[in-house]
Design a protein around this ligand. Structure first.
Ligand code: 4NP
Length: 151
C-alpha cells in the first residue's frame, strides 16, 4: 500500500498545488501518492492559478494536470499525512475530524522546518508574482525535509 499525503490550503489553486507538485517530485511514485485540496470550494474544477503554474514551471515542475477540489471528511480515511499551509486551514480541517487518529494526521507543513513553530505559508493570492516564488522556496525546504524523513 502506498503512503498517501494530502496538501491543504484555502482555495487549492495557489499554495497546495505547488506543495503537491514539489513533494511528488521528491518521492517514488510507486511507493507514495500525493494530492491536494482546499477547505473552501470557490475554485472547484479549476486549474492551479497561472502564477503557481508559472512558478512551478520555472523550477521544472508541471502542475497543469491538477484540478481544484474541496477537502472532505473522507480524506481522513484515505490519507496518512494531511498538511495545512496556515492556522486557518489547520482549524478548518480539524473541525471535521472525528477522533484522535484523524486529528493526529494533521500537521502544519512548515513545522517540518521549525518543529512546533506553527509558522504559516502566506496566502499569495492577492499579491504579486514574488509571493509565489517565496511560497515555492518555503515549500521546497519543508518538502525536502519531509521526503528525506519518509523515504
Ligand atoms: P490558496 O489561495 O488557498 O493558496 O489556493 C487562495 C486562492 C483563492 C482565494 C483565496 C486564497 N479566494 O479567495 O478565492
Amino acid at each position: 500500500m502506498k503512503t498517501k499525503i494530502l496538501m491543504v490550503c484555502l482555495g487549492n489553486i495557489c499554495r497546495s498545488p505547488l506543495a503537491e507538485g514539489i513533494l511528488a517530485s521528491k518521492l517514488d511514485p510507486t511507493k507514495f501518492m500525493v494530492d491536494s485540496a482546499g477547505t473552501a470550494g470557490y475554485h472547484v474544477g479549476e486549474l492551479p492559478d497561472r502564477r503557481s503554474i508559472a512558478t512551478a514551471k520555472q523550477h521544472g515542475l508541471d502542475i497543469t494536470y491538477q484540478r481544484s477540489r474541496k477537502f472532505t471528511k473522507d480524506d481522513f480515511q484515505t490519507f496518512d499525512y494531511i498538511f495545512a499551509m496556515d492556522e486557518s486551514n489547520y482549524d478548518n480541517i480539524l473541525a471535521l475530524a472525528e477522533n484522535n487518529i484523524e486529528v493526529e494526521k494533521v500537521h502544519m507543513i512548515l513545522n517540518q522546518i521549525s518543529p512546533n513553530s506553527n509558522s504559516e505559508v502566506p496566502d499569495p493570492y492577492y499579491g504579486g508574482d514574488q509571493g509565489f516564488e517565496n511560497v515555492y522556496q518555503m515549500l521546497n525546504e519543508a518538502c525536502t525535509i519531509f521526503a528525506q524523513k519518509i523515504s
